[in-house]
Design a protein around this ligand. Structure first.
Ligand code: ZN
Ligand code: ZN
Length: 402
């Protein structure tokens, strides 16, 4: 079923390569304008989730391990060690060819300033880094062996919609420089697919703890006048407690991007990966920019595992009876661990102000906006001058009345 959705969907009219169009929510031929509904192109793929593939995590990690053992240690590169590009290379060597590459002759460039690697699938290569605006970009050797995204969340918010959202967002930013407005509303707006890893696992956990029950006692004391008074004091009674829980983690997300500032990613909200992913095909990313992941599977798996452990602990803590608890011990077994490499859509405005680079980010699926902004020194200066002027007039008028 998955194979039926992968591969080229040429335009039925002229044979051109179709591209995903966010406004039309369909594949569109950039040459003759023919619109092909996705369901037709994907040959009865249905709601899309049917073809989304999960891969076995432990197998993949073991393959990476075995591979690392049989190859000479990689030369350190970019100070990143084996976790960097070479580590990725190693890990990919064991991946079956069908799971590698982005589809059709991609070209890659790496920014010398922010280090983001952009992949252009059949598209025009930008002359500036689309993440930070730096002109210092160099061709990055197309490795053609990155783990293929298994699935993609296609753009749902069109550039017109996101411009409206950014305009509204800008309208609520006091003292933002006009430069931000210009950047936000002109062609510096870029649609990008960011790399994410998702992890699933089933957890069976057993916990023990001391459950605390509050109670109150009346104690007497002498006040400053020497009179005897009473007050209520809280005490806690501790009792041993134990329990167990079963939980399924579905799509713990770990970003693999270096191009977008992490604080912004947190603020643009969720991507509905458990329900709305589509199996990857090059049509979705053709004409858009794709960022190549630089957090490799091993690092991402560790981060995903830490996220799950934290949540498992919180779920256990909720089960402890009483008013409070201490000495919570959790023993957890994780099984059926799987992963996917996916792409999620964002709209990005990147601009420099002074010597710094600022980003405004929009969720390409929900339209939620988050941005960094400088404060315009001139706007603040004039606001302060205006406030002082008003103050002087008030003082003057009050002085005249006396
Ligand atoms: Zn066509
Ligand atoms: Zn850059």
């Amino acid at each position: 079923m998955n194979n039926a959705t992968v591969g080229k969907h040429p335009c039925p009219e002229c044979g051109g390569d179709l591209q995903w169009n966010a406004a039309k929510q369909a594949l569109v031929c950039p040459y003759c304008g023919t619109v092909v509904p996705l369901s037709e192109a994907a040959q009865g793929d249905g709601d899309g989730s049917a073809g989304v593939v999960e891969l076995d995590l432990l197998q993949a990690l073991a393959r990476m391990q075995a591979d690392a053992a049989t190859q000479p240690p990689p030369l350190p590169q970019d100070g990143k060690g084996p976790g960097g590009v070479l580590g990725m290379l190693q890990s990919m060597a064991a991946t079956p060819p069908a799971q590698r590459g982005y589809g059709t002759q991609p070209r890659e460039v790496q920014c010398q300033s922010c280090h983001a690697i952009s992949v252009f699938v059949d598209g025009k290569v930008a002359d500036r880094c689309e993440f930070c605006g730096s002109p210092q970009i160099i061709a990055h050797e197309t490795l053609g062996d990155a783990i293929t995204p298994q699935s993609v969340l296609p753009f749902r918010i069109s550039d017109g919609q996101v411009r409206d959202a950014i305009r509204a967002w800008y309208g609520t930013r006091w003292f933002a420089p006009n430069r931000l407005k210009t950047a936000a509303l002109t062609d510096t707006l870029k649609g990008m697919y960011l790399p994410y890893w998702t992890f699933d696992a089933h957890v069976a956990a057993q916990w023990t703890a001391e459950a605390g029950y509050h109670y109150y006692v009346t104690v007497s004391y002498r006040d400053s006048q020497g009179n005897t008074q009473t007050r209520q004091e809280q005490r806690t009674r501790w009792e041993p407690a134990a329990g167990s829980l079963q939980h399924f983690f579905d799509d713990e997300l770990v970003p693999g991007t270096v191009g977008v500032h992490p604080a912004l990613l947190q603020k643009i909200g969720q991507f509905p990966t458990t329900t709305d992913l589509k199996p990857y095909t090059p049509e979705f990313v053709r004409g858009w920019t794709v960022e190549r992941y630089q957090v490799d599977l091993r690092q991402a798996a560790q981060r995903g595992q830490a996220q799950m452990q934290e949540q498992t602990r919180a779920l256990c803590a909720e089960q402890v009876p009483g008013d409070t608890h201490r000495n919570l011990q959790v023993r957890a077994d994780y099984s059926n661990r799987t992963f996917k490499h996916i792409l999620v859509p964002v709209w990005l405005v990147s601009y420099t102000y002074g010597s710094r680079s600022f980003q405004v980010l929009g969720n390409g699926y929900t339209g939620q906006i988050a941005g960094e902004r400088p404060y315009s020194a001139w706007k603040i200066f004039f606001a302060v001058v205006a406030a002082l002027a008003v103050l002087l007039v008030v003082v003057y008028v009050l002085g005249m009345q006396q």
